[in-house]
Write a protein that binds this ligand. Structure first.
Ligand SMILES: C[S@@+](CC[C@H](N)C(=O)[O-])C[C@H]1O[C@@H](n2cnc3c(N)ncnc32)[C@H](O)[C@@H]1O
Length: 196
């Protein structure tokens, strides 16, 4: 598949969600790593960027106790996420919002105790600008939780699968300038807990 336009846009993602494409589900192991690094929410605000079907945002909200907002540029993904809020307790808030262009002041909270982004960083065209926007959203002492595939970890030679990983340069860009960088590996994925 040749990609010509931006991979950080609704034009790219909306047709994929609308046609039924889904992404790697969260495993118990991944959830455990996230729980260990993020800790209890105690009603503090959390922002999940590129929330997709909302699984991670719901976990933050219902299991860890963060007051969570999920943002995604795809209306179909958000509709899928909102449709799963079937419990009696209020679920996360959902916003159709583009992290690359959206007005940060329009988000429900000015600063977030945690910002998460799972399988999203790879697709940001301007990764430096993306990380800079996340820094502006993090509260002092907050944590940026990133889950991304690392290039070269798959045994396949299929270029479509190989391109799912980030390069060493992209990893260095992601981890530069934080006071604390913790990582945990999960087969082809790496989880990062980054603190300002
Ligand atoms: C591979 S999916 C991952 C979805 C979800 N985080 C998960 O782990 O299943 C990437 C998600 O990022 C969203 N996305 C991509 N670019 C975005 C942008 N500029 N602003 C907001 N969401 C974006 C897509 O719509 C898509 O839902």
């Amino acid at each position: 598949m040749t990609i010509t336009g931006s991979t950080a846009s609704a034009a790219y993602w909306e047709p994929l969600w609308a046609e039924g494409r889904r992404y790697r589900p969260l495993s118990e192991t991944e959830l455990g790593l996230m729980n260990d690094h993020l800790g209890p929410g105690r009603s503090r605000p959390a922002l999940d960027i590129g929330s997709g079907d909302g699984t991670l945002a719901r976990h933050l909200h219902h299991e860890l106790g963060y007051r969570t907002t999920g943002i995604d540029c795809s209306p179909s993904a958000l509709a899928l996420a909102a449709a799963q809020d079937t419990g009696t307790a209020p679920g996360p808030g959902w916003r159709c919002w583009d992290i690359t262009t959206g007005d940060l002041a329009a988000l429900p909270d000015a600063a977030y105790a945690i910002v998460t982004c799972r399988l999203v960083y790879r697709w940001m065209d301007d990764k430096a600008a993306f990380v800079d926007r996340v820094r502006r959203l993090l509260a002092p002492g907050g944590t940026f939780w990133v889950v991304t595939e690392i290039a070269g970890r798959r045994t396949t030679s299929d270029p479509a699968l190989q391109r799912l990983g980030i390069t060493r340069a992209d990893a260095e860009l992601l981890t530069a300038g934080w006071s604390i960088v913790r990582t945990a590996d999960l087969d082809v994925l790496r989880c990062y807990a980054l603190r300002p």
